[in-house]
Ligand binder design. Sequence first.
Ligand SMILES: C[S@@+](CC[C@H](N)C(=O)[O-])C[C@H]1O[C@@H](n2cnc3c(N)ncnc32)[C@H](O)[C@@H]1O
Length: 212
Amino acid sequence: MNDGKDWYAWHSPYTDTGSPLAQRLGLVQQHIAEWLDGRPGEPLSVVSMCAGQGHDVLTVLSSRRDARRVSATLIEYDPRNVAVARARVVAEDLCKVTVMQADAGDLASYSNAVPADLVIMAGVLGNIGNADARATIHALPRLCAADATVIWTRTRRAPDLTPTIRTWFADAGFTEKAFTAPAGVLFSVGVHRFTGAPLPLAATGRIFRFLQ
Ligand SMILES: C[S@@+](CC[C@H](N)C(=O)[O-])C[C@H]1O[C@@H](n2cnc3c(N)ncnc32)[C@H](O)[C@@H]1O
């Protein structure tokens, strides 16, 4: 499915706190924490699409006293990353986090995880074709609960697709809450709030394939 790239090694720059990837991670973590703070006391659900080793959601949950009000499902294809995330879940006693080894491009993988109050799409939209990116954004109403938030990232390497991505979010029933595109780096991080009506999850159907 995605035999070309070593998605385990891809995580290495996270150990360098000055790397653009670590900066991106910090922003995503900040948005997750702000989302939690914005919905105090509520039981909440999270799904992370192509979750990798889960550094975003696991780091935030492990730092919070209210982690147990959050049920999270991490969907990741690479078994090495799944093993790292699962080991951390056990070590940090994050008992309401499930790490699934599954294809996040297949809607069937979400059947036990949605509708979610937060959908994390970090490192997805830059690794799939433009038609798949559009299809994935348009499928989000099937994954989102009412008033859900989506946190997403996308490189701005030319040709920068982020202006188009932001219009796709609007078309799919989302309101932009934040879009951060720091100078000197190529990454960007967006936060959109779902203001449309949730749709049922279609049992099957492919929304994307990774290009590499
Ligand atoms: C760019 S990394 C992002 C990882 C993580 N979201 C982060 O930002 O740290 C992309 C991840 O998607 C995973 N992946 C690729 N294709 C996938 C698929 N079809 N289903 C689930 N995960 C997939 C890779 O193994 C890799 O861990």
